[in-house]
Design a protein around this ligand. Sequence first.
Ligand code: SAH
Ligand code: SF4
Ligand code: F3S
Length: 443
Amino acid sequence: MEYKSEREDKKAYIGIYGCQMNIADAERMEGQLGTLGYTRTEDMTSADLILLNTCCIRETAEDKVYGKIGEIKHLKKNNPELIFGIAGCMAQKEGNHLIARAPHIDFVLGTNKINELPQIVREIEAEHGASIVDVAEMMGIHENIPIKRTGSLSAWVPIMYGCNNFCTYCIVPYVRGREQSRAPKDIVEEVQDAAAKGFKEVTLLGQNVNSYGKDHKEADFAELLRMVDAVPGIERVRYMTSHPKDLSDRVIESVRDGKHIAEHFHIPVQHGSARILKAMNRVYTKEAYRSLVKRIRAAVPHASITTDLIVGFPGESEEDFLELLEFLREIRYDAAYTFLYSKRSGTPAATMEGQVSDEEKHRRLTALMEVQNEISLEKNQALLGKDLEVLVEGASKTDENVWTGRTRTNKIVLWTHGAEAVGDLVQVRITNPQTWVLKGELL
Ligand code: SAH
Ligand code: SF4
Ligand code: F3S
């Protein structure tokens, strides 16, 4: 009999949910599975191993994963050799409960245990026995994990893990642990390696990149940005996410002075009512946030500013909501990612009084999006006739003659394909700005 572990044509299906951190983690999972002889497949039905890298930021994210877990039950019935694992934030949150709910799961891998994936898979390959659950707390950062990057243009580079902020609605600090920063040397080496492989853009990742380095004091985020900006071959440096409370003038100066650092500030405000901001434990005041926006716009006038917003936080009155709309009109964001508040058990907000009904949440979300869409359109219309630098990503999804890329300010641009190639920096004249995209002509 041939042991599965000795075969070299094994296929792994990796389902990725949630944020960019999960994509970065999945690239490290795929890298390690590669060392065991697995290559990635997009076809779940022919896979020897299925790994779901999960998210639990909102209930809808979890529902999607439970749906998928259900589907996989049938596959497992037809193929008992199939190995099925759950990783990511839901794995960390639910641990053993996942196995109790779905016994066809072979292993549950916590967010801090990615490095143990090969050993666990080998064990299960050798002996399909009891399920393995490993969700222990993080003990230091594991470097030198092989990475199989997706795409060839834009690389995700985690600079820190975890979050110390405990916003009252948010599950992340419970499933990602406390903040730990990677050494600047390891980050710069990873960026150099990506550049050597042809990647033109890097996005530095962390739940709160502005508190980078507070634990090891080797460099702060402003210095790290300068180091990454200096790596030859990297044309664009992006980062996310910035907590408004920690975004220093030094970081704004790094963006202003940088050669390749994108003039885009994603500074999630979450709400525009002082009372709700306080209940959310966001720490900053509206005044401090206004002053931050003012400083950004003074230093980097053409920068785009985007945000995240939550509607229907417990206790949000109609008056609070109207204050939020007013704040949007005042700040005038280029774009906003808008979310319905989702109750996460274990977080302080889950047991707060004044939970808002689903119907009301949806009504407010629609009203919010209407206001923001109008502002986004106006902001984009101001770019009519402008020539913008675009990093070419390739053909758009709908038409192979229409190509797409992004401006330094992270706006999506569409144009008719000419002689440009993926990864080129080109100039596009904006002729038809819309709410979500800028249409233009290649110069
Ligand atoms: N660390 C980042 C955000 C990570 S989560 C930051 O602080 O900005 C991404 C976004 O999801 C958050 O900005 C917030 O708007 C939203 N979010 C988090 N928890 C949520 C919840 N329980 N319900 C609805 N939206 C939530
Ligand atoms: Fe969640 Fe707040 Fe941490 Fe962001 S800063 S991950 S919203 S707790
Ligand atoms: Fe989701 Fe975890 Fe990211 S909860 S948003 S995958 S950090």
